[in-house]
Design a protein around this ligand. Structure first.
Ligand code: PMP
Length: 413
């Protein structure tokens, strides 16, 4: 079998050795973290260490971290209109505004009714349109509506484009609302702190940073206060005033926000991955950016008509989304796969559905281009060999994949 080239890190990343080692250690331990005996206390300690590690990567307060089964659950936990049993509770938003390029787990509106969810457009560069957000917030205020909950991602999973989250937070807070940020793709890839984002909550995922799939967290300012078990913590933003409505009720784990015996081994792996990511993030970022630039330069040399989506905006260092008129992304992904290269058609979640990317459509690209976008995403073990393997595959494939570009066959022969 030929050597594989994995360039789909935005879909999922390989398990880091540190995460594997930590998980193996945790799997061999007995003890329910809620139990009072020594075994239980040991398990509890492991969980709390992992909480500190995950919090540290965003310079957050560990008490604000609620472990979940992933970012999909964390987003759903955050995006709730009102506490069950207390509709119309003070501070409970009735409306959710999301950017038009959100991941499906946010785009679907969480626990808001479809009619209460509105989209805020993005600019051609792929960034949320702050003027449109400000306009809509102003309209809602004039209509006397309750301040909304707003959800904007930190980095888009398809384009890698970074969003002006702190500026959005200022607008949302000035209007009395709250901002949730899906930080999945930026967490562990670019340095940020919760304070810099000025967000009320963020969602993060374990498997994108080299932890196990099925782990994630909601980091929410004032979560402990809101859960009623954190003691006096002072005013730390608007979020604490809005009690979070748990998705899963029962034994009171995770300060009452997420019942059920914790997935200790998974959480420990997530924590170890967060620490490992933090240690090498700056160096990995610089290396990935150089490799990504090399890949894009090679790509446009082979096919000058290739569009690098979002190239004009600040992007994650590891992501390249390119589209070529006349190409079909699904076909391209299969052809690359047969060449030993794993890439994806826009988002992994929409792969195989043959639907044009909603992100590209929102950026104003034609349906033809939106169907032609292939995402190449790099990670900490990506090497120059991987980039060269991708480029030589593209040289062989471009003429077959792009209608009307038979000339490349000659050039590549
Ligand atoms: N948000 C974004 C931006 C993502 O890329 C993903 C993963 N595809 C998710 C949320 C969902 O994360 P998880 O797989 O942990 O549920």
């Amino acid at each position: 079998m030929t050597e594989r080239t994995y360039l789909d890190w935005n879909a999922t990343a390989p398990l880091r050795p540190q995460a594997r080692a930590a998980m193996l250690g945790a799997l061999d331990r007995v003890g329910n973290p809620s139990s009072v005996h020594a075994e239980g206390r040991g398990a509890h300690r492991l969980l709390e260490e992992a909480r500190q590690r995950v919090a540290a990567l965003a310079a957050a307060d560990p008490r604000d971290v609620t472990f979940t089964s992933g970012a999909t659950e964390a987003n759903t936990l955050a995006l709730a209109p009102a506490r069950i049993g207390a509709p119309g509770a003070p501070g409970a938003p009735e409306r959710l505004l999301v950017s038009s390029i959100e991941h499906p787990s946010v785009h679907c509106g969480g626990r808001f009714a479809a009619a209460s969810v509105e989209e805020i457009p993005v600019t051609q560069a792929g960034q949320v349109d702050l003027a449109a957000l400000e306009r809509r917030l102003g309209e809602l205020r004039r209509e006397g509506a309750r301040p909304p909950l707003v959800s904007i991602m930190l980095a888009n999973n398809e384009t890698g484009v970074l969003q002006p989250v702190a500026a959005a937070a200022d607008l949302v807070h000035a209007a009395g609302g709250q901002l949730h940020v899906d930080a999945v793709q930026a967490f562990g890839r670019v340095a940020f702190t919760l304070a810099q984002l000025r967000a009320d909550s963020i969602a993060v995922s374990g498997h994108k940073i080299g932890g196990p799939a099925g782990t994630g967290a909601l980091i929410r300012i004032g979560a402990a206060v809101a859960a009623g078990s954190g003691g006096a913590r002072g005013a730390r933003g608007a979020t604490g005033e809005r009690p979070l409505d748990p998705l899963i009720r029962g034994g009171g784990q995770e300060r009452g926000l997420r019942a059920g015996t914790e997935n200790a081994a998974g959480i420990v792996g997530f924590g170890a991955a967060a620490s490992a990511a933090g240690e090498t993030m700056a160096a990995d970022g610089a290396r990935m950016a150089a490799l990504r630039d090399r890949l894009e330069a090679g790509l446009t040399e082979i096919t000058p008509e290739a569009i690098i989506v979002g190239a004009k905006a600040e992007r994650l260092p590891n992501t390249c989304l390119f589209a070529v008129p006349g190409m079909r992304a699904e076909t391209a992904v299969i052809a690359f796969d047969l060449e030993g290269v794993a890439v994806s058609a826009g988002a992994a979640c929409s792969s195989g559905k043959a639907q044009p990317s909603h992100v590209l459509a929102a950026m104003g690209f034609s349906p033809e281009i939106a169907r032609a976008a292939v995402r190449v995403s790099l990670g900490w073990t990506t090497t120059e060999r991987d980039v060269l393997a991708f480029l030589s595959a593209w040289k062989r494939l471009a003429h077959v994949l792009i209608k009307g570009r038979q000339d490349i066959a000659v050039a590549a022969a």
